[in-house]
Design a protein around this ligand. Structure first.
Ligand code: ADE
Length: 234
């Protein structure tokens, strides 16, 4: 998978890319990442990327020209255009089905904003898929892009060591239940013991216990996931 990240702060993303499971995937050429600083596409001597909003109001707006020209130039050089995504609190909320859909693309371009956002013409001209990672406002799209990349990359074949571990995820492939509890050695710690059923090697009983756990946890913690009237994407 090819990832092109458009940002005014490439260092925020490069630190993450050098450390996460992605670092290995990049090294093994399963994922290729390119960072693009759209400040380099400004033409004035002060490299101005933002300006005051027409109509007044607080904050600064990112200018249309450097963003559109940077994104267009990079996309023109890609073997397949894939999908352009703008990280914004105004987008549709990221869910595991959307993550799965994005993981099947061969190329993603992620556009990270700052300040009061982009000039609206960025969206009009580039027509990105607008995605939010939740109903709160971040200082910029970089953290949201990292969340999206982290979730998508682990579904790309070869990125995780064990393919099963992403297929069996809660929320994957229509599953909307929380994970069951996991334990490892020691069997007892400060009086807290591992449930007996996990120790006796009866795989049917273990499966049944885990299924019950999963339902009980979901009911207790996230009953909204079991409710058909919820915000499940159509
Ligand atoms: N940029 C600022 N807040 C955001 C959010 N919640 N999701 C995606 N991008 C953002």
């Amino acid at each position: 998978m090819r990832l092109d990240l458009f940002t005014l702060f490439p260092e925020i993303l490069s630190g993450y890319l050098g450390q996460s499971i992605l670092a290995k995937a990049i090294e093994r050429k399963i994922v290729e990442v390119q960072l693009h600083d759209f400040r380099l596409w400004t033409k004035d001597k002060h490299r101005t990327v933002d300006d005051r909003p027409f109509g007044g109001g607080p904050g600064m707006v990112i200018k249309v020209e450097p963003v559109v020209e940077c994104v267009e130039a990079v996309r023109a050089g890609l073997p397949s255009s894939g999908r352009l995504i703008l990280l914004t609190p105004q987008g549709r909320r990221l869910t595991q089905p959307i993550v799965e859909e994005l993981a099947s693309e061969s190329s993603l371009q992620l556009l990270c904003g700052r300040y009061e956002g982009f000039d609206q013409r960025v969206t009009e001209i580039l027509q990105p898929d607008e995605i939010s990672i939740g109903d709160y406002i971040l200082g910029g799209g970089e953290v949201a892009a990292m969340v999206l990349i982290d979730a998508v990359a682990r579904l790309v074949p070869g990125v995780l060591g064990d393919e099963r571990s992403s297929v069996e995820d809660s929320f994957s492939q229509g599953n909307r239940l929380l994970e069951f509890a996991q334990y490892t050695r020691p069997r007892e710690y400060r009086g807290h013991t591992v449930p007996e059923v996990l120790l006796n090697g009866n795989h049917d009983a273990i499966l049944k216990w885990r299924q019950e756990q999963t339902l009980q946890r979901t009911r207790e913690r996230r009953a909204d996931l079991l409710d058909p009237g919820d915000d499940r994407p159509i």
